[in-house]
Design a protein around this ligand. Structure first.
Ligand code: ZN
Length: 392
């Protein structure tokens, strides 16, 4: 049996960039709310069961307990009791700082008012943070401001350009709203105006402002292509608002052909259980990158297997790290911890099998942890960089 956890000294001094995550909540969290944030289900665990009895729940008790002064494997009740003794700011600061994530790329489009913004995260984590803006949210903001459907294409493009002055990339939740089997072609401005007119009249009829029209969602994505952006796509595993069978990244193949030489970079997020398909796309298309964030936390002790599978076809220049954490600081700490130990154990296995040299291991860890994200997002010329070593 190899020692557990593996010696991760290869990561010492290696910057870690979390290229897709959200902010933490900063209020007290009761058990129901905590369990709600450690599952992708929209519904509470059935009576008599607990979300803690999952790979993620066990991993939290094992790895986050000691950061809050508990012994490893303390019960869920003890864990939550101890957590409640500390101020939310203290819990957040301890776990975020223990994660040793150096730079957070924070997508602000999901319940952005409930979580810390990039500047707040930078302070709490003692790290750097940048914003990633959500295309579908920008569309809704344009409509919230009013205006005529005929102006929508230019109004969206102007708003996108404005928001990109303070962001390093964009995110699309097309997978949630229309599935990835969308028409890959660029819609014309006339098509967009007609779709906008239909949307505006639905809103006037009393519907909430929520973009679901495929033409408008495709227009947002193509507008980001025109801005030569890093475009994050939700892929695969997520809450039951997605039809998982319509979240296979292979459904993007025709669109990837159309955008190959555009200058945009395509970041396939999460990808589980389609991470091998994502690896194929990253292998085949020069502008495609991928990660297995979110999945790493949810598969817990099985994460080395998923990390190994994600590194079968994915070029090592195209593999990225993300936690996809939202709300709980535990999810950042675990995401980073399981990624480091999982990647280390996978690489250790290849080194001890005489497949890899230790020098290759060290070099490729540096790329996957941060260098690839710096190149893909142009972080060395980032406009939104917020950096602080200030205490929480
Ligand atoms: Zn996310």
């Amino acid at each position: 049996m190899p020692p557990t956890p593996p010696d991760t000294s290869m990561f010492d001094g290696v910057p870690l960039v979390d290229h897709h995550c959200h902010g933490v909540v900063e209020q007290r969290v009761d058990r129901a709310a905590f369990e709600d944030m450690i599952t992708e289900s929209n519904w509470a665990a059935p009576r008599g069961t607990t979300v803690f009895d999952s790979q993620l729940g066990v991993a939290i008790r094992r790895w986050c307990g000691p950061v809050l002064d508990l012994e490893p494997h303390a019960s869920a009740e003890r864990y939550l009791d101890r957590r409640a003794e500390l101020a939310p700011e203290e819990v957040n600061a301890r776990l975020l700082r223990a994660s040793n994530i150096d730079r957070y790329l924070i997508e602000t489009g999901h319940r952005g008012d409930d979580i810390l913004d990039p500047a707040g995260m930078a302070v709490r984590a003692g790290a750097s943070a940048d914003a990633v803006v959500r295309l579908e949210r920008i569309a809704e903001q344009v409509v919230e401001r009013g205006g005529a459907p005929s102006d929508y294409p230019d109004a969206f493009r102007t708003e996108l350009r404005e928001q990109l002055r303070g962001a390093v990339g964009v995110k699309s939740i097309a997978a949630y709203r229309i599935g990835l089997d969308f028409d890959p072609a660029r819609p014309s401005d006339d098509e967009v105006r007609r779709a906008a007119a239909a949307w505006f009249s639905e809103i006037e009829g009393g519907r909430e402002i929520r973009i679901t029209d495929p033409v408008l969602i495709r227009f947002g994505i193509w507008s980001a292509v025109d801005e030569r952006q890093a475009i994050q796509f939700h892929i695969g595993f997520g809450d039951p608002d997605v039809d998982l069978h319509r979240c296979d990244p292979l459904l993007l193949t025709a669109w990837l052909r159309l955008t190959r030489t555009s200058g945009a970079r395509v970041m396939l997020l999460h990808c589980y259980p389609f991470h091998r398909n994502a690896g194929y796309l990253a292998h085949a298309f020069p502008h495609v990158y991928c990660d297995v964030g979110l999945a790493i936390n949810y598969v817990g002790a099985r994460s080395p297997q998923i990390i190994a599978e994600s590194l079968e076809l994915t070029p090592f220049d195209k593999a990225l790290f993300s936690s996809d954490a939202w709300g709980l600081p535990e999810l950042y700490h675990l995401g980073a911890h399981l990624f480091r130990t999982g990647l280390q154990s996978v690489i250790d296995g290849w080194i001890s099998a005489d497949e890899w040299s230790a020098a290759d291991g060290e070099r490729l860890i540096r790329k996957i942890c941060g260098e690839n994200a710096v190149v893909a997002y142009g972080l060395d010329r980032s406009p939104a960089h917020v950096s602080t070593g200030a205490a929480a």
